[in-house]
Design a binder for this molecule. Structure first.
Ligand code: CAA
Length: 258
């Protein structure tokens, strides 16, 4: 994977997009490498993933403008689908994905961060969807996920006026959960990923699926989705161990993902 680094630390994987000369801009090769990294995750071991960008300046500065500058209508549509399919894979990935946004998250970069479950950022982060200034719409889910995350009024202001927002505003509007200094960002991401990795993995996965799937439907169907996934946990060894430990007034030593 030439444009992506993959590291494992215990039950946590760190996927780093590594094309710093172009501020980690996404062309087809970078997108393919991101997908390959997710495909390579060993789900019997990995319980949380951190996604970040290489270098000091940028998470991802968007889809590759040079590559897009010569695309036809059909190629544009194909490129949009190509990115959307990979971002949807990340959004529905069985284990939680934390975006550690370490700088620019513009266009496809903000869209990539929004495909993750949780976003935290450094104080130099900048978020935005500048596409209309390039003569295109956001194309990797930005017209859909931004409005769902921060509300249509604010999303439309950012998209229509190509208005970027800094870390503090991203925190205020709920686009990120927390802001750290550049030095503190990765330790904070690892601490959060580590806390998730200590929990019962099947219960975490089922919680993610229940929230994601439930948000796509009405409440009557959503609670049925929850009931099935809640019920499924009772077939697990981790549920038996977790509850037994509580009743015996001790901490669970570890969950075994079974
Ligand atoms: N595509 C291709 N190359 C990019 C890029 C991008 N999105 N963003 C940055 N680069 C390249 C620059 O061309 C430059 O390359 P050279 O050194 O070869 O000239 C290098 O990265 C460094 O960039 P800058 O010199 O511009 O760095 P800066 O610090 O002065 O500015 C920036 C940083 C404000 C992020 C600026 O690079 C910028 O505005 N980038 C484009 C941001 C953008 O518009 N993103 C949206 C793309 S469209 C999209 O993503 C569509 C979609 O939804 C699918």
């Amino acid at each position: 994977m030439g444009f992506v680094d993959y590291e494992v630390d215990g039950h946590v994987a760190v996927i780093t997009i590594n094309r710093p000369k172009a501020l980690n801009a996404l062309n087809e090769d970078v997108l393919k490498d991101i997908e390959a990294a997710f495909d390579a995750v060993d789900l019997s071991e990995i319980r949380a993933i951190i996604l970040t960008g290489a270098g000091e300046k940028s998470f991802v500065a968007g889809a590759d403008i040079a590559a897009m500058s010569v695309m036809t209508k059909e190629q544009g549509e194909h490129f949009g689908k190509f990115g959307n399919d990979i971002f949807r894979k990340i959004e529905t990935f069985p284990v939680p994905v934390i975006a550690a946004v370490n700088g620019f998250a513009l266009g496809g970069g903000n869209e990539l961060a929004m495909s993750c479950d949780i976003r935290i950022c450094s104080d130099n982060a900048l978020f935005g969807q500048p596409e209309v200034g390039l003569g295109i719409t956001p194309g990797f889910g930005g017209t859909q996920r931004l409005a769902r995350l921060i509300g249509p009024g604010k999303a439309k202001e950012m998209v229509f006026a190509s208005r970027n927002i800094k870390a503090d505003e991203a925190y205020r509007v709920g686009l990120v959960n927390a802001v750290y200094t550049q030095e503190e960002l990765m330790p904070a991401a690892k601490k959060l990923a580590g806390a998730i990795a200590k929990m019962a993995p099947i219960a975490v996965r089922n919680s993610k699926k229940a929230m994601n799937d439930g948000l796509q439907t009405d409440m009557d169907q959503a609670i049925v989705i929850e009931e099935k996934l809640f019920g499924g946990c009772f077939e697990t060894e981790d549920q038996k161990n977790g509850m037994q430990a509580f009743l015996e007034k001790r901490k669970v030593e570890q969950f075994n993902n079974r």
